[in-house]
Design a protein around this ligand. Sequence first.
Ligand code: ATP
Ligand code: MG
Length: 208
Amino acid sequence: MKSIMVINSKGGSGKTTVSVNLAAYCAQFGFKTTLVDLDPQESSTQWLEARPLSKAKIHGTKNFNKPLKKEKNTVVIYDVPAAIYGSRLDTYVKKADMIIVPVLPSPIDMKAAKVFIQYLRSMGPVIRNQIKVGLVANRCRANTNIFLELDTYLLKEKGIKYITAFRDNTNYIRSASTGLGIFEMGASATAQDREEWKPLIKWLGLNS
Ligand SMILES: Nc1ncnc2c1ncn2[C@@H]1O[C@H](COP(=O)(O)OP(=O)(O)OP(=O)(O)O)[C@@H](O)[C@H]1O
Ligand SMILES: [Mg+2]
């Protein structure tokens, strides 16, 4: 079983987008997939409700404490709300094997991410390497100065891996409204996005 948490204290960084696309990928490629929506806004639950019945099944729950099956082929993805700190954050993080932190390429987001990442880095299980933390730059427009800045900044975060960058693209908006993941959408329209996802899938050890 793999337990993957998508988390960043900053709102709107792409936590739900990454969570639902990852869930769709896992289900499509044969993993028994659970999507845990911890956000009272219920965005990933709404995405799941829009998901066509013809697509690979994803089990949705809002129950953090639900006992999870430890079967080998199982993936559990947690979509964590913004602004979670202190003991609640500690409790959440302890459930994860791997943590993905999506970060937007804006000065405000990068500053907030830095504080959050430093907090994560100071946590026992992260120090002991029991939980791996990876950063994903999201909504990037390649070659803009701010993207280069984010790139350089993420690379400097020692002990925490900078995995990939996702472009800013309407495919993700379409994914949000249709209940599909980008790997389930038109291959040519999503070719670049699929390429950008590959390093994340590899890092998570989910290669099909
Ligand atoms: N790479 C992208 N390209 C285009 N739009 C994106 C991308 N990533 C996210 N979005 C859009 O940005 C908005 C915020 O993304 P999302 O809801 O995933 O963030 P979040 O971190 O879950 O927000 P919250 O903190 O409110 O839970 C959504 O409308 C989403 O569709
Ligand atoms: Mg969200």
